[in-house]
Design a protein around this ligand. Structure first.
Ligand code: GDP
Ligand code: MG
Length: 217
């Protein structure tokens, strides 16, 4: 029996990147299991977790990859980025350095990921209002300048976690389904076209009028 979990219309790989300690693993556990962990466990070692959502009546299965702490050593391999159609680039709104390093992560994406990857800048830990070090407007302006989506989240109190994933997956879905429409309009040699043979219709000739119609023999 095929479990319901395996029925989906699209499977999208999305990677989590950003400095160590910004809350990547907790964003993932909040979204996929509705769990939060106060201790920082850098070596949870989960490769990825999945969750399906609905967009436009389609089931989108998100396969979200988390680092197992390699970001500490800048040792993320290109296998991590392979096939990824989206990236959540996370910083901590209470740690300015993690925001400054966003530039580095963008370069990392340019070097290792598909050039059409959809990137969302995520300012996490929005619950730490009293410790805020990165103004929302500044981050939003930076995101606009670099053509990134932008959102602030809190994995701790759940603010915008659903919204962040929903937004990036919807964006990816729109791009992918638009591409499909374009491909269907072109000279796509899809199997369904192979059975179509040109039909030869002979010109109507008056001298044939007394002959039997072709197809009633
Ligand atoms: P990662 O290294 O990017 O995977 O970060 P983790 O998910 O391991 O989180 C690092 C630390 O930040 C942990 O102690 C978490 O409990 C804490 N943390 C994660 N998200 C939030 C958040 O939204 N708000 C607050 N206040 N703490 C968070
Ligand atoms: Mg982690």
């Amino acid at each position: 029996m095929v479990s319901k979990d395996d029925e989906y219309d699209y499977l999208f790989k999305v990677v989590l990147i950003g400095d160590s300690g910004v809350g990547k693993s907790n964003l993932l556990s909040r979204f996929t299991r509705n769990e939060f962990n106060l201790e920082s466990k850098s070596t949870i070692g989960v490769e990825f977790a999945t969750r399906s959502i609905q967009v436009d009546g389609k089931t989108i299965k998100a396969q979200i990859w988390d680092t197992a702490g390699q970001e500490r050593y800048r040792a993320i391999t290109s296998a991590y980025y392979r096939g990824a159609v989206g990236a959540l680039l996370v910083y901590d709104i209470a740690k300015h350095l993690t925001y400054e390093n966003v530039e580095r992560w963008l370069k990392e994406l340019r070097d290792h990921a598909d050039q059409n990857i959809v990137i969302m800048l995520v300012g996490n830990k929005s619950d730490l209002r009293h410790l805020r070090a990165v103004p929302t407007d500044e981050a939003r302006a930076f995101a606009e300048k670099n053509s990134l989506s932008f959102i602030e989240t809190s994995a701790l109190d759940s603010t915008n976690v659903e919204a962040a994933f929903q937004q990036i997956l919807t964006e990816i879905y729109r791009i992918v389904s638009q591409k499909q429409i374009r491909n269907e309009g072109g000279d796509d040699p899809s199997p369904s076209h192979e059975n179509i043979r040109p039909i030869n219709i002979p010109p109507t000739d008056n001298s044939d009028r007394n002959k039997k119609p072709c197809c009633q023999t």
